[in-house]
Design a protein around this ligand. Structure first.
Ligand SMILES: N[C@@H](CCC(=O)N[C@@H](CS)C(=O)NCC(=O)O)C(=O)O
Length: 203
């Protein structure tokens, strides 16, 4: 099994943090996004959508999409449980993971992709107005998550799950996107700091 990865990209990091939480090691193959290696025919044969991460199994099967890869790892290594242990918890983790991905990671990523000079060749055309439109969305959604985190330690409830991993990666990505987390969002900041303090955050 091998993971197509870049240490500079947020989505593969979601998988690396997940693997670290599981205590599982998977061989990695570096894909140089800056050199557009993911657009080459060999990588396009791995993932026709030309994005990472992708997990290639020993029989050649490829699993794309960070969460699909994490689900597969969860099935192989059920403990510690990161996707929910009961029907209700599984639904809640799914809901919060998707909300963090959609309402936090995505707008932050859009700001980065459409404003950072390094992204100009990858995000063609780069649309600065789209970055400007997403910046207030990211900030507004940070406020909503701050309110959620006022009520509980982790975003999906009382314990750490895959939804928190998406949150860690999203908030860390706010820095290169140049979206400072407003200091008055004390619950969001407390959550972010707690996630960054976990050993898996170094993955
Ligand atoms: N939803 C996908 C998103 C994958 C994605 O956008 N990956 C980025 C790296 S973080 C990528 O490969 N971008 C290359 C490009 O946009 O050309 C997942 O989580 O697997």
């Amino acid at each position: 099994m091998k993971l197509y990865n870049s240490n500079f990209a947020p989505n593969p990091r979601r998988v690396r943090v997940f693997l670290a939480e599981k205590g599982v090691t998977v061989a990695t193959v570096d894909v140089d996004l800056a050199k557009l290696q993911h657009k080459t025919p060999p990588f396009s044969a791995v993932n026709p959508f030309q994005v990472i991460p992708a997990l290639e199994l020993d029989d050649g099967t490829v699993i794309g999409e960070s969460i699909a890869i994490c689900r597969y790892i969860e099935e192989l290594h059920p403990q510690p449980n990161l996707f929910g242990a009961t029907p209700l918890e599984r639904a809640e983790v799914e809901m919060w993971q998707r909300r963090v991905e959609w309402h936090l990671l995505l707008p932050i990523a859009q700001v980065f992709r459409h404003s950072h000079p390094h992204m100009a060749q990858m995000e063609d055309p780069q649309v600065p107005d789209w970055a400007a439109a997403n910046r207030p969305r990211a900030l507004r959604n940070m406020m909503i998550f701050d309110d959620v985190l006022k009520q509980r330690p982790f975003v999906a409830g009382e314990r750490f799950t895959v939804a928190d991993i998406t949150g860690l990666v999203a908030l860390d990505f706010a820095r290169p996107a140049r979206i400072p987390i407003p200091p008055e969002l004390i619950h969001l900041t407390r959550w972010h700091e707690a996630l960054r303090a976990r050993p898996s955050a170094a993955a």
